[in-house]
Design a protein around this ligand. Sequence first.
Ligand SMILES: Cc1cc2nc3c(=O)[nH]c(=O)nc-3n(C[C@H](O)[C@H](O)[C@H](O)COP(=O)(O)O)c2cc1C
Length: 174
Amino acid sequence: MNNELIDLIKTRRSIRSFKSDKIPQEAIAQIIDVGIYAATAMNRQSPIIISVTNKEVRDRLSKLNAEIMGVKSDPFYGAPVVLIVLADKKCPNHVYDGSLVMGNLMLAAHALGIGSCWIHRAKEEFELPEGKEILESLGIKGEYEGIGHCVLGYVDGGYPEAPARKGNWVYHID
Ligand SMILES: Cc1cc2nc3c(=O)[nH]c(=O)nc-3n(C[C@H](O)[C@H](O)[C@H](O)COP(=O)(O)O)c2cc1C
């Protein structure tokens, strides 16, 4: 059966080459709005999203992320927008909650024709003084764990093919 949502889920790919063009603010807001409707354990809504469109902060985060990874290249692949998902460590399921938010963000971006990629090392980033300073500057109190960065931008170049599926994904007990 054809279904638009299922097609979108199956055609989303991690994008690793972005144009520097800005994304309209309404599109970013729409993507974030899908993020905040993710299911969360016991409806605790443990995650938060920090939307970074400021180039100076975006570049600072990229540098920090690259240092953690031990590389010199831009781990955000030139994407102009970074949505950082963090989640409240007080909630035992915070990593699951935050991961589902990340999934929603990536799918919403794809639905709007915007490329995305999960960029990791948010956990390490927000354990550093530089990361903590960002949280403080926004008045975010409490203990938040970085889950991931959903980088966003318009796709530069070709659209990636889906990697082949492994053979032993599914087992049936009928
Ligand atoms: C938890 C997690 C961490 C990831 N971290 C990175 C990352 O740091 N850099 C990157 O380029 N891709 C990262 N990815 C993207 C994966 O490499 C990508 O999803 C995988 O290769 C499958 O490709 P697809 O998303 O196009 O299906 C991450 C994905 C997940 C789920």
